[in-house]
Design a protein around this ligand. Structure first.
Ligand code: ATP
Ligand code: MG
Length: 318
């Protein structure tokens, strides 16, 4: 079977109209529901979405591990299912949660995978870059969660792939490891690698993504650069910290009409609306009238997290 003709022939990955449904026996979920993605070469596309939004299902379809019920995928110009064998050598995969034979030593596992590639990265160098040199002789089952994640990333990139799939690569990592991984991803991109990344971390998406695609219930609800997504509404916010439980109605009355005051977390306040010096002064004066020092006062655009929560709701998903 020939691969589908992509609408974006120059794209590293192009998916159109993807649908994946798990039948009644598996809970009757429409996990992916008409999704389109285009990943340019030498760029990072980040999929953001709440738990169960369909990120892993989408990634697994693009990797060729799952067959979509409808839609077309082209990865490096090939069909990931029909051309799976040919594609395998050109892509890197870091699955969510990972896993390996418990007894295999970290260095041994990486060397095994390197031995399967025509032009692997030097294993010692990669272990060093990912801070794994001291773990090289440790069996997989004894590695910490963060060390396993870094090893899985090393396995995904050791074959010098043209495209890597990273499903929550920094989940459970400490801040130092996360920054190491961010540097590696940025370096991959500079070297021309295309990266499809899923994450729950907004700062990760902002730091790495050329394009962010926010999905919910298997559908795209927004897409753009992090800047485009946060600038779209044009809305600004004033944030400050102060004593928890202040009277929000009284604060709103002290402001011109059309401004809303919220306390999204105890002691953390948010005033929505177009900011100007008068509004800023009204807020700080009102706080002063309450005998309260408004701390960490900041006028900013909506954050990516605000955009995400506005689009996908604030309630916890089951
Ligand atoms: N093999 C399966 N059988 C039945 N349902 C499944 C299967 N795999 C995934 N699902 C369901 O499909 C939906 C999407 O799951 P998916 O793993 O793609 O979400 P996700 O966005 O990766 O979530 P998370 O952020 O928690 O990793 C969920 O409702 C999930 O329960
Ligand atoms: Mg997932």
């Amino acid at each position: 079977m020939s691969p589908p003709t992509p609408s974006f022939p120059e794209a590293a990955l192009c998916a159109q109209g993807l649908v994946k449904h798990y039948g009644p026996a598996a809970g009757g979920v429409r996990a992916v529901d008409g999704l389109d993605l285009v990943l340019a070469p030498a760029s990072v596309l980040t999929l953001l979405g709440p738990n169960g939004a369909g990120k892993t299902t989408t990634v697994e379809i693009c990797e060729g591990f799952l067959r979509p019920d409808a839609g077309e995928v082209s990865v490096l110009g090939l069909d990931p299912v029909a051309d799976g064998e040919r594609l395998r050598a050109r892509i890197g995969v870091m699955p969510q949660g990972g896993g390996a034979y418990p007894g295999v030593r970290a260095g041994e596992m990486l060397r095994l995978i390197a031995a399967c590639s025509a032009r692997p990265l030097p294993v010692g160098w990669l272990l060093d870059v990912l801070g794994l040199t001291s773990c090289a002789r440790i069996p997989f089952k004894r590695l910490s969660g963060g060390q396993r994640q870094r090893l899985a990333l090393a396995c995904a990139v050791v074959g010098r792939p043209e495209l890597v799939f990273l499903d929550e690569p920094t989940a459970g990592m400490d801040p130092q490891s996360r920054r190491l991984v961010w540097e590696l991803i940025a370096a991959l991109r500079r070297d021309g690698v295309a990266v499809l990344l899923t994450t729950h971390l907004m700062d990760e998406a902002e730091a790495l993504a050329d394009q962010v695609v926010i999905i919910d219930n298997g559908k795209v609800v927004a897409r753009g650069t992090p800047n485009q997504l946060t600038a779209r509404s044009g809305e600004q916010q004033l944030r400050f910290r102060a004593r928890p439980g202040m009277d929000l109605d009284a604060l709103a009355r002290a402001l011109p009409s059309g401004y809303q005051a919220e306390e999204p977390m105890a002691g953390s306040y948010l005033v929505r609306g177009q900011m100007n010096p008068k509004v800023l002064s009204a807020v700080t004066s009102w706080c002063a009238d309450q005998g309260v020092l408004a701390d960490e006062v900041r006028v900013a655009r909506r954050s990516l997290e605000d955009v995400f929560l506005d689009l996908t709701g604030r309630e916890l998903r089951s």
